[in-house]
Design a protein around this ligand. Structure first.
Ligand code: GLU
Ligand code: ZN
Length: 289
């Protein structure tokens, strides 16, 4: 059984890039007769905007993207995050890090200063996972073979921030595991981070999902669209137009005139072939709508 999901962060309204991820994951799930779950990535409470959640749900509904079952939330998985950290601790893979941002300013790979600190200090500390010097590889359904060595990338990575907020790679693998997700379809900005996630999945003996990373949308200057770019927030008044644009960017050709989003999505589900999605990590020259 195929179980897919869309997992927007509730720090702002959905933008065109998020709609692309929503549509791609929806079509892939529906064309496999699978389930499509909705999870609100709301663990970073200081960054959560109270109305973002409502706007995201309205956007999905207006675009005909109907999810299955109840809405999931990261804030429901807090115990499971700590269970996972406890498992990592039992394997002697975690340590407490008190390095300041300033101390790490000039390096993109964690230099290992706190690697041997196994007990919690008095001051606030983040929890990091010790990585190995080994290559991790996976086959992405869109991007092909992806590989890298974590010790040459970000190095020992954070799983729990100083403020006791779980870090994304640990959160996402626990969330997907708890909800039985078999297929992850999301933006290629997370391609590298997927290697960190795979390391965690293998270490914790969880089941590896299949991955498909769709291109992210960049502004013309090459900067990724983000929640801060209010100008690119989805215009909920024109859902049909938004969907047509999204489908074009996913390599489809919705040339016929559809009356409503449901008919258009039904057509797209029928036509969906993930091989037609451009195997690029970014599209810079898209039309803003
Ligand atoms: N909330 C994450 C994001 O919006 C989810 C990423 C994922 O699909 O794993 O970037
Ligand atoms: Zn440190």
């Amino acid at each position: 059984m195929y179980v897919g999901r869309f997992a927007p962060t509730t720090s702002g309204p959905l933008h065109l890039g998020s709609l692309l991820a929503a549509v791609a994951s929806y079509l892939d799930a529906r064309s496999h007769d699978g389930q499509w779950l909705l999870r609100l990535d709301d663990i970073d409470e200081p960054r959560t905007r109270s109305n973002a959640e409502k706007i995201a749900l309205t956007t999905l509904e207006l675009h005909g993207l109907e999810w299955d079952g109840i809405i999931g939330r990261q804030t429901d998985h807090r115990d499971q995050y700590w269970d996972a950290i406890e498992e990592l601790r039992k394997k002697d893979l975690v340590f407490y890090c008190t390095c300041s941002r300033k101390k790490l300013r000039n390096t993109s790979t964690y230099p290992g200063y706190c690697r041997t600190r196994r007990t919690a200090p008095r001051e606030p500390a983040s929890i990091r996972v010790r990585v190995q010097d080994e290559e991790i590889a996976f086959t992405d359904r869109i991007q092909g073979t992806v590989k890298g060595n974590l010790s040459h990338m970000e190095g020992d990575f954070i799983v729990m921030r100083k403020e006791s907020i779980v870090a994304y790679p640990l959160a996402v693998i626990v969330d997907d595991d708890v909800t039985g997700v078999t297929d992850v379809v999301r933006g290629a900005d997370l391609l590298e981070n997927t290697l960190v996630q795979i390391f965690l999945i293998q270490t914790l003996d969880l089941t590896l999902p299949r991955y498909a990373h769709i291109p992210v949308l960049n502004q013309r200057d090459g900067i990724k669209l983000s929640k801060r770019d209010q100008a690119f927030a989805i215009d909920n008044r024109v859902p049909l137009l938004n969907l047509v644009s999204a489908l074009h960017m996913l390599g489809m050709d919705p040339s016929e005139q559809y009356q409503d989003v449901h008919a258009l999505l039904a057509w797209a589900t029928e036509q969906w072939n993930i091989q037609n999605v451009p195997n690029e990590v970014a599209i810079s020259d898209f039309m803003s709508i």
